[in-house]
Design a binder for this molecule. Structure first.
Ligand code: MLT
Length: 408
């Protein structure tokens, strides 16, 4: 008799974005004539930058000739891309990261979900609330939590982000081993200063913990005083892994390319207290379970670093930031408090009411899709998240419809 991994039974019924998609389909089926504007999942809507498309095409043409065709590439990614990332995203900002510390992958979702595999199951984990659900669910699947009660899993240290701490969690009161952080934050859109991030790195060094730093939204930072990478912070090389993605940066959600930085100084311990290289463990896992991102996609990602590519990427992000600014302005004018939307594509709105009810109301009355805050954790219960990924015209239209819906 084949038995299941019973940890899966502890999970909430469905993955947040699948549940939202289900509700949208049901609504669309019942109202085929209603036009829906999606400001829910953070999926980009603008086409890939022309520089990426040209590089993509050229690489596909190379695959058409025996002399330039490529089969399996290095699991960790092609040197041309790893080198660009190390020099442009890190060394140019004074962050000491080498190309052999970069692992190219098909998504930050997969990497942030898979990384926990290399750590013991009985470690203490600190996870923000609200949080991108992948960090929590993958730890539930791995058996690191107890049961779910009152919106919380047993054995997790929750790092609450609320209005009281300006949506930047306080340091845990007790030592923890693995700490998940995400800035600019998903879902709140909050950003962290260098000083605050330094306090997390210091905490990790004092407690021999490791920070998993999700910087998938780094490209949205416009405030130059904010850290673009955790490796701008002193001591981070010893205690932090960083996740980045081309998805939101350059519109790669449909073609998949991301990377994870694992510095060679990061260590973790076995049961006897002996040190092990986290880089070596991740490399072992990655080369065993992953066969690399396709060559044309990596060439397209490389083009993000060309002169034209940079300008095109910046224009796209500015476009979404303009949307975010409009959402903030309109929502504030309606009397709601919100955070985010300034160095981030997400606006986190205190809806002052049950977030799934708010979600359903916006869908039914306005035909607008948001993301209910409760899907990100108990602290999100009265919040909704609006994403800036859509056309400016649709965002304008959505805001006008929300205004009417709220008056009804
Ligand atoms: C989100 O909407 O939170 C993200 O798009 C989800 C993701 O990147 O997987």
């Amino acid at each position: 008799m084949i038995r299941i991994n019973e940890n899966y039974l502890k999970l909430q019924a469905s993955y947040l974005f699948s549940e939202i998609a289900r509700r949208i389909s049901a609504f669309q089926e019942a109202h085929p004539d209603r036009e829906i504007i999606k400001l829910g999942i953070g999926d980009v809507t603008r086409a890939l930058p022309p520089s990426c498309i040209e590089a993509f095409h050229r690489a596909v043409d190379e695959m058409a000739e025996d002399s330039t065709f490529r089969g399996y590439g290095p699991e960790q990614g092609y040197p041309f891309l790893r080198n660009k990332i190390a020099t442009e995203d890190f060394q140019a900002r004074g962050a000491d990261i080498g190309e052999d510390e970069i692992f190219i992958s098909d998504g930050a979702k997969c990497d942030t979900g898979n990384i926990q595999e290399i750590f013991a199951t009985d470690i203490r984990i600190a996870i923000p609330d609200p949080v991108y659900p992948v960090y929590l669910d993958t730890n539930v699947m791995a058996g690191r939590t107890g049961e779910f009660h009152n919106g919380r899993y047993e054995s997790i240290v929750y790092l609450e982000s609320t209005g009281a701490n300006e949506f930047i969690p306080d340091l845990p009161r007790k030592p923890v081993d693995l700490i998940y952080l995400c800035f600019p934050n998903n879902p709140t859109g909050a950003t962290i200063t260098k000083d605050r991030l330094q306090s997390w790195v210091d905490f990790a060094r004092e407690n021999r913990s490791l920070i998993l730093y999700d910087a998938a939204y780094e490209a949205f930072i416009r405030d130059d005083s904010l850290p673009r990478t955790i490796y701008e912070i002193e001591g981070a090389r010893e205690v932090a892994i960083e996740f980045r993605s081309f998805s939101k940066t350059a519109g790669f959600t449909g073609i998949r390319c991301a990377y994870t930085v694992v510095p060679k100084n990061c260590v973790a311990y076995d049961g006897n207290g002996a040190k092990h290289s986290v880089h070596a463990l991740w490399n072992r896992r990655h080369s065993t379970k992953f066969n690399g991102v396709s060559y044309p996609v990596q060439r397209a990602a490389e083009a993000v670093y060309s002169k034209a590519g940079r300008t095109q990427v910046r224009d796209r992000i500015n476009y979404y930031l303009k949307n975010a600014g409009l959402v903030r302005q309109k929502i504030a004018a309606l009397g709601f408090e919100c955070v985010g939307g300034e160095d981030s594509p997400y606006i986190w709105i205190d809806g002052r009411t049950n977030s799934w009810e708010f979600f359903d109301m916006l869908l039914q009355k306005a035909g607008v899709v948001c993301t209910p805050g409760a899907g990100f954790g108990r602290c999100g219960e009265n919040f909704i998240r609006i994403s800036a990924f859509n056309s400016f015209e649709n965002v304008q239209k959505a805001m006008a419809r929300i205004k009417i819906a709220l008056k009804e």
